[in-house]
Every structure is written in C-alpha cells, then in structure tokens.
Design a binder for this molecule. Structure first.
Ligand code: MG
Length: 170
C-alpha cells in the first residue's frame, strides 16, 4: 500500500506586491538583498514570504494573512516577516498540518535575483523546517511591463502543498 493513503493533502496559492521606495533595506525571500531601494509595507515588506504565508494559510483553510496579522495592529509594524512565517507554521501545526513543498516566483525588474535564489531557498526551508530540496524559488522580470516591469514594485506568487496524517478507525 502506498503511504499516500495515510495522509490528506491541501494546496494553497498566495500572491503579494509591494512598492519599491528609497531608504529601506530590500527584504526578500527571508534575506536582505543588496539594492538601493526596499519594499514599502507595514511589516518589512518581504513579498516572497507574504505570498508564501498566504498560500500556507489558504491551504490550511485559515483565511488570509490580513486576518492573522492586521496591518492596523502596531505590534506588526516593521516586523520581520520571518517571525510571521514561524507564527503561521505554529498555527497550522495546531491543526496537524505540515508543509510538503513550496514553489515561489518573484517578479522584479531590478535587482537581478539569480545570485540570491539558493540563499532564499535555504532561508525559507529553514523557516519551514523542511528540506532545502522541497523549496523552489524562481526569479523573473516582467519584460518591462506594468508596475513590476518598470521597477515601481516587486511581486511574488507562491504555491504550497500541505499534508496531515489521517486518523484511521479500522
Ligand atoms: Mg505584503
């Protein structure tokens, strides 16, 4: 018998976008990327982690990131998004969910993110407590089009798979 039959699975999808502004560090994918601008947000603006959290929260059926961490709440001002990911991991663990894998796409015209993908993968895998090989980070441009393509913003999309053991009563 396949061990798959012992688990139930849920997928989740998340997106996020934040405006690039002067005078803030660029927090992205759980690390600081060297760049002259950063992402404007109530928190540290890490769009990759925000998309990831929304995907996880969605897969677990817990609503969305704004419900768990309202941007009207001063305790989340400039908060390190890594702390929020750890909280999300705790929330889903209460429901016995664990992350199987995550696939994240970051869209940015600048800076070029290729050199940082491996470090982001490591940072995210470490936060989620899963193997490095189960986290994928893709970086692309928007071909000069729209807010991301003209460098006004950076956006991200994330897809995750969760699983939890099914209790069987035979
Ligand atoms: Mg956000």
């Amino acid at each position: 018998m396949s061990t798959d039959t012992n688990y139930e699975y849920r997928t989740g999808l998340g997106t996020d976008i934040h405006r690039l502004v002067e005078g803030r560090p660029l927090k992205l994918g759980g690390m600081t990327v060297p760049f002259e601008k950063g992402l404007l947000a109530h928190s540290d603006g890490d769009v990759a982690l925000h998309a990831l959290m929304d995907a996880i929260i969605g897969a677990a059926g817990l609503g969305d990131i704004g419900m768990l961490f309202p941007d009207s709440d001063p305790q989340f001002k400039n908060i390190d998004s890594k702390v929020l990911v750890l909280k999300v991991k705790e929330y889903i663990a209460e429901k016995k969910w664990e992350v199987v894998n995550a696939d994240i796409i970051i869209t940015a015209e600048e800076p070029k993110l290729g050199p940082y993908k491996a470090q982001m993968k490591r940072a995210i895998a470490s936060l989620l407590g899963i193997d490095f090989l189960n986290v994928n980070v893709k970086a692309k441009t928007n071909e000069g089009l729209g807010e991301t393509g003209t460098g006004l913003a950076i956006s991200a999309i994330a897809n995750v798979l969760l699983r939890r053991r099914i209790k069987r009563s035979l």
